[in-house]
Design a protein around this ligand. Structure first.
Ligand code: H79
Length: 453
């Protein structure tokens, strides 16, 4: 045996370190991310015991986001636990929820399996603090939802909080703000193993397609823990997609150069914001609420308009990201009516205009004055541009600057009316009807010769 051969045998026998990230070629990564990149629009669901108090504790409205009430109202664990006895979502109808997401044009759904309060919505052997064991409802909430997603063609995905205000290995401070937990001396391994048991249940039992971590900011949880969890999960399910909060690298991502972007995880997670220029070279998803809370709060009626939500979706797609739009169901199991209304409105727009969102790529020309742009490669040396017009030009001419490529034809996406498109000053001018067919966003489909980048 040559030295090289001996070395090769030795290396092959060496056990993989727990934190060794799985190897993957760029092509393999593209294949793994494909469905997610094409989906563009998903439903976030924040559901848990916090839906019982719904923002009010002992008769007092509590400020801040609903799912943080245990922390914001300083509720002791023993007292908060009792909410489980009142959590009985008898009106829960997973087929209706999934149907609504589908109708809105969403292609995946991410639900809280366990939020910061530690309560689990699924059947888990790791703790009795779960919907099956601790509530009058007594049944798994996630399994039927996962099955319904498969039936209706949505990807089923789960959220998991690393910070846990209930687990005995962590203690809550009384600090304000993000109030990171501390780890009980010597208990970190126990907690990481607890996490792994639950994560394995989500992967093997529910076949989750994304693991969406949160609550990674306590300082006892470190980058190396993130690598361990990431590697563990990808070994369990190689096709799994995992957000960047599995590690510690989410803050300030937007300004990072490529070499500095070596955080653990597959996509960035701007929260309640849309990065001004997207996150070039990184997969990303903006998660946002429809009002000002994630978990249901009876007192929060600050709803964004359907127009705002639709334009957010377009804005995000034009920057190459995904939009994860939240609903916070009640303790009875109902998605609040204002959310339903808005999702249906988005769905009406998507029914006509979905092809200008799904499987599109970021605008090659930035942000035009009148709206946004998305793009598809048509193959055969042609590019399709979707021009999402927010502000209808008063003079009836839509000008797309900075596209010297030859126009091949233009039409309204809704109804298919042909429009004349001509080269003008290094750009393209499209003649529009006098009135905007859709005051929220009218899509003009413009095909051009060559690639536009
Ligand atoms: O799950 C949702 C939030 O609970 C969680 N991530 C999303 C997806 C989250 N992470 N960070 N934050 C929320 C922001 C934290 C805001 C806070 Fe506050 C400001 C926590 C403490 C001060 C809001 C106001 C909650 C309590 C007071």
């Amino acid at each position: 045996m040559t030295l090289r051969a001996i070395l090769a045998v030795f290396l092959a026998a060496a056990p993989a370190l727990a934190q060794d990230l799985p190897r993957e070629t760029p092509a393999e990564r593209d294949a793994r991310m494909k469905w997610w990149r094409e989906a563009r629009f998903g439903m976030f669901i924040h559901w848990g015991l916090y839906a019982v108090p719904a923002g009010v504790w002992k008769g007092k409205p509590i400020g801040g986001i609903g799912e943080w009430i245990m922390n914001s109202a300083n509720i002791p664990v023993e007292e908060y636990e009792k909410l489980a006895r009142e959590f009985n979502p008898v009106k829960y109808d997973p087929a209706e929820w999934v149907g609504l997401a589908r109708e809105a044009g969403m292609r995946y759904l991410v639900i809280t399996s366990k939020h910061h309060d530690g309560f689990c919505l699924f059947d888990t052997k790791a703790t009795d603090y779960n919907v099956v064991k601790a509530t009058p409802y007594g049944k798994d909430l996630l399994k039927p939802l996962a099955e319904e997603c498969r039936r209706q063609g949505l990807r089923f995905c789960t959220y998991y909080s690393i910070m846990d205000w209930h687990h005995p290995a962590q203690t809550r401070g009384s600090a304000k703000g993000y109030n990171p937990t501390k780890i009980v001396e010597g208990k970190k391994r126990e907690y990481l193993d607890f996490m792994k048991v639950q994560l394995e249940e989500l992967v093997r039992g529910l076949d989750t397609e994304v693991l969406w971590f949160d609550g990674e900011w306590p300082s006892w949880y470190q980058e190396e823990d993130g690598r361990e969890i990431y590697a563990f999960l990808r070994r369990l399910k190689p096709s799994l997609i995992i957000n960047n909060r599995v590690g510690k690298g989410r803050k300030g991502m937007e300004g990072l150069s490529k070499g500095d972007r070596e955080y653990v995880g597959d996509f960035g997670t701007p929260e309640q914001q849309i990065p001004a220029k997207g996150l070039p070279g990184v997969d990303w998803e903006s998660c946002m609420t429809m009002n000002d809370t994630w978990g249901y709060k009876s007192t929060d009626q600050k709803w964004k308009s359907a127009e705002k939500l639709i334009r957010n979706l377009i804005d995000i797609a034009s920057k190459g990201g995904n939009y994860l739009l939240n609903v916070g169901p009640t303790a009875e199991g109902l998605i609040p009516a204002p959310s339903v209304e808005r999702l249906k409105a988005v769905g009406r727009w998507m029914k006509t205009n979905g092809e200008a969102i799904w499987a599109t790529q970021a605008s090659p020309v930035g942000k035009p004055d009148w709206g946004r742009c998305t793009r598809k490669d048509l193959g055969g040396g042609r590019t399709r541009l979707y021009l999402h017009v927010f502000d209808w030009p008063a003079d009836g001419t839509l000008v797309l600057p900075g596209v010297p490529q030859k126009p091949l034809g233009a039409r309204l996406l809704e109804g298919g009316k042909e429009l004349s498109a001509t080269a003008r000053d290094g750009g393209i001018a499209v003649a529009l009807p006098a009135q905007a067919p859709d005051p929220i966003a009218t899509v003009v489909v413009l095909d051009v010769e060559g690639e536009v980048r």
